[in-house]
Write a protein that binds this ligand. Structure first.
Ligand code: THU
Length: 163
């Protein structure tokens, strides 16, 4: 028997002003696009914007439904759009932000993708054969930068397991 360990590091910034210009612009776009979320049930508006290797950007917002489980997260809306509009083009970075519009709630700390989105991100990395950086932040405050989205899903199931 031997013990195994999984560890990963990330960068924590005090606010958007500490980021380089490209990352700051992407996060600003993610914050802005939260306005286009369709979240009449949770009032939790999520926005995601990807920087692609071909210079284009693709965005996604959460799309809820009166039949609650039908709703889809911003990250997976983004990945589906990128897959169709820019098939096989690597995604370098995705900035993800949210605006919690419920009374009394703040949007001043980073939140990270849900489990289902982690699985989707992990497979997208496989498809494009490169890590996807994530920039996570609310409408203000601290910013987390991760070098590889799949670090959020250790010991994951993936395409290789089906072979
Ligand atoms: N949501 C996202 O869009 N991304 C996440 O990673 C977490 C949750 C959405 C789903 C739902 O519309 C709302 O946020 C509240 O869970």
């Amino acid at each position: 028997m031997k013990k195994e360990e999984f560890k990963f590091g990330y960068d924590l910034y005090e606010n958007i002003d500490e980021l380089n210009a490209a990352d700051a612009a992407l996060l600003k776009a993610a914050r802005e696009i939260t306005q286009k979320a369709y979240a009449p049930y949770s009032h939790f508006l999520v926005g995601a914007v990807a920087q692609l290797q071909n210079g284009e950007t693709v965005s996604g917002t959460n799309q809820e439904n009166a039949s609650y489980p039908v709703g889809i997260c911003a990250e997976r809306v983004l990945l589906s759009a990128a897959s169709v509009l820019h098939t096989n083009v690597p995604i370098d970075t995705i900035a993800i932000s949210y605006h919690n519009t419920n009374a009394g709630w703040k949007s001043d700390r980073p939140v990270s993708p849900c489990g289902m989105c982690r699985q989707a991100l992990r497979e997208y990395e496989d498809r494009i054969n490169q890590p996807i950086r994530l920039i996570l932040s609310g409408m203000e405050g601290e910013v987390i930068v991760l070098e590889k989205a799949s670090q959020l899903l250790p010991m994951s199931f993936g395409p290789g397991d089906l072979k």
